[in-house]
Structure formats: C-alpha cells, structure tokens
Write a protein of this length. Structure first.
Length: 246
C-alpha cells in the first residue's frame, strides 16, 4: 500500500506542499500539467534553497500584477477549474479544497459559501497552489495520506481585512477536527491554503506509519525560523497486515 506522509513540524502552506511533493514525481511532467490551468499570464519557478543547512526545493508562481488582486467568488474559481484541461480526479480534488476554504471563510464572515470573496486565496498563486497540489497527488497516487498533528503559532498576520490573529480565523475553522499543538513560533506557519489541503486530503493523523521509505521531499517556506522552515514529505510502502482470524 502506497503511503504519503506529511511531516508538518514547521507548519504547512500551498507553496511548501508543492515544493515538497515535487521530489516524488517527474518535474517536467508536472510543469506540462500545470500549464493546463485555465489562467492567463502566469508562470512557475522551481528553485533550491537552504533552510538551517537543509537543502529544500522552492516553488513560486509568477504573474502579472494586475491579475493578482482579482477578487473571485466560488463560482469563478469553479469555472477556472472546470475549464482547465485536467484529469477529472484533479478537478474534483481542487474544487473540494476550495469548497472547504469557502465554507470556512463564510462561517467567519457570516455569509454563504457562494457569497464569499476570495481575496488572498482568490489570487493567482493560491489557485495554482491548490490545483498544483491536486495534480501532484494524482501523479503520486497514494493509497493513504497521513499527517503529523499541526503546530499552532501565535501573533498577528496582515491581510486585506487588516491585522488578524494567528491562526487566521478561516484557518482556525479549518483546523476543527484536526489534532494540533502549541508552537512557540511567532507568525503564520499554517496558512488557510495549507489547512484546506490537510483538511481535504489527509485520511489519518499521527506519527510516521510503519513503512519502507522510497522518497523524501523538503519544501521550503519563505520565512527563516529558528527551526528549518520546511515541509517534509515521505512516500513509501506500508505492509498490509493480513487478518489471520477465521
């Protein structure tokens, strides 16, 4: 059984997820698939960096500035996904992640999910992060996705709504039902996109499962923290325990 494990000791975001998962696939194939997203004027940049001397990949979406702050509703995002020349499973996963985000934003702002304006998350980079993650999961094809509990930090983050507490209210909403623990790190380390990825895709939470590791990925975040600011992912084979009872 193929298992994908998210080791989120420094949190999780969309760009960290993609950067980390790239180690488990053919990168050129991924680049071709990303180009099928029905958005104009964007490109991607995949690089390398060091975080506390650990070599990690970076992922960045490049876009025309005027397209970036376009406010979109759920129907607009759904339309972009449906118009994209992507596998049905990728579309389904992407829509599900966005719907989880819309539900969380709606709860926080007292609106219906269809009324919610996606600001930061409606931006080109967040759309590419979510669809890109779905593309990578479809390429890896894990039978099961497991994640460590998520660290919850403190402080404030500057958004289009002004300063809001960390975790951002939509992130906190998405973290319902997910095991978390207190982190001493100041600032946002689990983003709304990262929380939506975990909420939608992860089947179970806990330590790394008993498995034979085949590949390991390190995806870098943009900040420099005391700890290595990376998302570590493992892909491996878990032995299916045979039921010996008759």
């Amino acid at each position: 059984m193929k298992v994908l494990y998210f080791d989120c000791f420094a949190g999780i975001s969309g760009d960290m997820t993609i950067a980390s998962l790239l180690s488990h696939v053919d990168v050129e194939e991924f680049k071709k698939k990303v180009k099928k997203i029905a958005l104009d004027n964007f490109d991607i940049e995949i690089g390398e960096t060091q975080k506390n001397s650990i070599s990690a990949r970076t992922f960045k979406v490049l876009y025309e500035e005027e397209h970036h702050h376009h406010h979109r509703h759920m129907k607009d995002v759904r339309e972009i996904i449906e118009k994209s020349d992507l596998e049905e499973e990728v579309k389904k996963m992407s829509i599900e992640m966005f719907e989880k985000l819309a539900e969380a934003e709606a709860k926080v702002h007292g609106k219906s999910p269809e009324e919610v304006h996606f600001h930061e998350v409606g931006a080109v980079d967040s759309i590419v992060d979510i669809i890109g993650t779905a593309i990578l999961i479809d390429m890896i094809k894990p039978d099961k996705i497991v994640s460590s509990p998520l660290p919850v930090s403190s402080g404030f983050v500057d958004t289009q709504h002004g300063l809001i507490p960390v975790p951002a209210p939509a992130t906190a909403e998405l973290l319902k039902g997910i095991p978390v623990y207190k982190s001493d790190i100041e600032g946002e380390i689990v983003t709304p996109t990262g929380a939506a990825i975990v909420k939608t895709l992860v089947n179970e939470f806990g330590g790394i499962p008993d498995m034979t590791i085949n590949s390991i990925g390190y995806g870098a975040g943009t900040k420099d923290l005391e700890i290595p600011n990376v998302l570590r992912t493992y892909v491996g084979e878990e032995e299916v325990k045979k039921n010996l009872s008759h």
